[in-house]
Design a protein around this ligand. Structure first.
Ligand code: PEP
Length: 249
């Protein structure tokens, strides 16, 4: 069975004290679902996040990384640095990275290869812009984003890949894809993976939905057969809201 996963992307929010407080509140929540839970604090707070969580099953993950192992890349963080503090999963290709930091498919290929060579898991994000959807091009855009960054990989590598469909027009806007729009796209993504790698692999890969998921809409979105979880931005910053989403499974 595919894993259910709910991951909180904290983005550039929460200093050290706020990180400790939010994690303390997360630890107080009651988990009733079978979903794997992950949080992605800022780089500066990753180490402390592990200390504050102690033996809790919440996984601490990173929001990004550079493709090089080390060297003259001022301001960047490498896979080996992340692993040295205990991080084993990294978000790559978030639309904010693509839009504000010019992350292209070519850069993402290098990041994907670097993360996999360090045996890290990847939450790989992609999704169309509003103009793509208005023009009816959403499937072509999504297909190209996946193929360009991932389809050079051997089937075996996909055991470390989690896909996250995040329509750009639904991120941080309060605008959510309808559960049917999410299901249609997730089914299309699974078909795209099937066409190259076969149904067994496609049926084993978790596909998360991201874009203004809230306690009030999570249950309906997660009830769709091809939606295996969520990547949560704004609502992951409040422990009660985040766990209401986790427990929507
Ligand atoms: C995100 O940034 O990945 C995201 C889904 O944000 P939000 O939930 O705030 O739309």
């Amino acid at each position: 069975m595919r894993k259910h996963i709910v991951a909180g992307n904290w983005k550039m929010n929460n200093d050290l004290a706020q990180t400790e407080l939010l994690i303390t509140n997360l630890k107080r929540q009651n988990k009733t679902s079978n979903a794997e839970v992950m949080i992605a604090p800022a780089f500066t707070n990753l180490w402390q996040a592990f200390q504050t969580l102690k033996d809790n099953s919440i996984e601490v993950i990173a929001q990004n990384m550079h493709f090089a192992d080390n060297g003259a890349y001022t301001g960047e963080v490498s896979a080996s640095m992340l692993k040295s503090v205990g991080v084993h999963t990294v978000i790559l290709g978030h639309s904010e990275r693509r839009a504000y930091f010019n992350e292209t498919d070519e850069i993402l290929v290098q990041k994907v290869n670097a993360a996999l060579s360090h045996n890290m898991r990847i939450i790989f994000c992609f999704g169309e812009e509003l103009s793509d959807r208005k023009a009816g091009n959403q499937e072509t855009v999504v297909e190209n984003q996946i193929k360009n960054a991932l389809f050079h990989l051997d089937a075996n590598a996909f055991k470390n890949i989690i896909l996250a469909y995040e329509p750009v027009w639904a991120i941080g806007t309060g605008e959510t894809a309808s559960p049917e729009q999410a299901q249609d796209m997730h089914a299309f993504i699974r078909k795209t993976v099937t066409n190259t790698y076969g149904p067994e692999l496609a049926n084993s890969i978790s596909i998360l939905y991201g874009g203004s998921v809230k306690p009030g809409n999570a249950k309906e979105i997660f009830s769709k057969p091809d939606v295996d979880g969520g990547l949560i931005g704004g609502a992951s910053l409040k422990a009660e809201d985040f766990y209401a989403i986790v427990n929507a499974f």
